[in-house]
Design a protein around this ligand. Structure first.
Ligand SMILES: [Cu+2]
Length: 258
């Protein structure tokens, strides 16, 4: 995976103005050749910001971690990540991690990339109302088939992503779905009032399976269920998603069970 970090001074200054922050004037540029899980490392105003991911970034849910360190040992009050695809002007949802807290040794979040290509991750480290730094990391996102963008009307779009387990297997598999909505493709809000009905199907043999657990909401915008595969091969998972007023969408994802 090709990843790199960049910190154009003008971009930093623009973001600083937007955020109303003060006391910044760094022009520190760092490009670090890095192991695959490091998306970028840079130092801004004495704060070293390290962005990592557990796996190569791809369309769908990617877990991200941000570590900020300053020589005086100051602990950030808050860390935020904002996403933008510069070539298209849209962002994507940033979520809580599905497997633990946001704040711990490092700040962790999930990013639901909606399409492959070049993205920017605007990472803000806030120490106080008047003391924060921003680093802009450029990352490359690979393609996958895990996200569906649904336009419901002219004003609203939904983003649904399936989060598969690390590997599919015969038997019960945990499966998560995140549902977000947006009206401006920059801000995304979790959708909590969905009901889901998943149906695994093996097209080549014309059968489904029993023992599935329908996804239910467990966190903001996050639904968890279980899908049972009775044999290996090519399967589909169809998810019929409804809102209180009726059916929202019916999505099909392809799954290869080894
Ligand atoms: Cu795009």
């Amino acid at each position: 995976m090709k990843t790199y970090a960049f910190l154009p001074l003008n971009a930093i200054m623009i973001i600083m103005v937007i955020l109303g922050s003060t006391g910044c004037g760094s022009d520190n540029n760092t490009v670090t050749p890095a192991p695959t899980d490091v998306l970028g490392v840079t130092t801004v105003d004495g704060t070293t910001i390290r962005l990592t991911s557990g796996a190569p970034l791809r369309v769908g849910y990617s877990a991200i971690a941000v570590k900020a360190q300053r020589p005086d040992g100051a602990k950030p009050q808050k860390i935020t990540v904002r996403t933008v695809m510069p070539s298209h002007g849209h962002g994507c949802p940033v979520t809580k991690p599905i497997d633990g807290p946001m704040y711990g040794d490092t700040y962790r979040c999930g990013i639901i990339f909606g399409m492959p290509g070049s993205w920017q991750l605007h990472t803000t480290i806030r120490y106080s109302d008047s003391d924060s730094v921003v680093a802009v990391f450029a990352v490359t996102v690979d393609a996958s088939d895990l996200v569906r963008n649904i336009r419901v009307d002219d004003e609203r779009g939904y983003v649904v992503t399936m989060i598969p387990p690390p590997t599919w297997k015969i038997g019960a598999n945990d499966v998560h779905f995140y549902v977000y909505q947006t009206s401006d493709v920059r801000e995304y809000q979790p959708v909590d009032d969905c009901t889901m009905e998943i149906t695994p199907w093996m097209p080549s043999m014309g059968h489904g399976s029993v023992g599935n657990i329908q996804p239910t909401r467990i966190e903001d915008g996050l639904y968890k269920g279980s899908v049972n595969f009775s044999m290996s091969g090519a399967w589909t998972i169809t998810n019929l998603i409804s809102k209180p007023y009726g059916i929202l969408t019916n999505l099909t994802f392809d799954v290869a069970v080894p």
